[in-house]
Write a protein that binds this ligand. Structure first.
Ligand SMILES: [Zn+2]
Length: 194
């Protein structure tokens, strides 16, 4: 399913934070790699950053990354509102975001979270993540990749299933996990992973 888009400009709420990059890509993966490099620079390994990839006339464009200034989770919902789209010619075909690497999520950063795959499956779009823990770029294609294929065991004994997707590329930089500053409100099991 392609999301059809009907208006002429990004709304203020999105426009103030993110713009459509004018650079076109012939290959979707190249667009994703470019976008995640921007998102990596945005993240600074303290906050999640992400955006979407559009297709127009068989070329791919990315939005510059936005952030909710949270370590886990970035709200991309504004993009699913038709009025926020760049034009009726564009169709959102994928989303992308970073997973920062801190001790609290180091075991989970390399997987798609349930909410990640829910969005991708529900909208029938590909998802791309860059895990800052292993600097791999992973794709989850809801029509091809298994969902909830990795069992993750928590110290508490709880188990959840996450989605591995498949590795499509990597980024050279590598950093070590750090501790989140106190007061991030997410000290327990990282089911918040987004
Ligand atoms: Zn995620």
């Amino acid at each position: 399913m392609l999301i059809s888009i009907s208006s002429t400009a990004l709304s203020n709420s999105v426009d103030s934070k993110a713009k459509l990059e004018p650079v076109p890509f012939i290959i979707e993966l190249d667009a994703a790699k470019y976008a995640l490099r921007l998102a990596y620079d945005c993240s600074l390994n303290v906050r999640e950053c992400g955006g979407v990839i559009y297709k127009k006339d068989n070329l791919y464009y990315v939005t510059t990354p936005i952030t909710s200034n949270l370590p886990f989770g970035v709200d991309l919902s504004a993009y699913w509102d038709d009025k926020n789209a760049p034009s009726s010619q564009y169709h959102i075909i994928a989303d992308y975001h970073t997973h920062i690497c801190v001790r609290e999520n180091a075991d989970f950063a390399n997987f798609f979270s349930p909410s990640d795959t829910e969005v991708n499956s529900g909208l029938h779009i590909n998802g791309y993540i860059l895990s800052i823990c292993d600097m791999r770029i992973r794709e989850y294609n809801p029509s091809q990749d298994d969902k909830d294929d990795i069992e993750v065991d928590f110290k508490s004994g709880k188990k959840i299933y996450l989605t591995a997707g498949h590795i499509v590329d990597w980024v050279q930089d590598r950093i070590q996990p750090i501790n989140l500053p106190k007061g991030h409100g997410l000290d327990n099991d990282p089911l918040f992973l987004n």
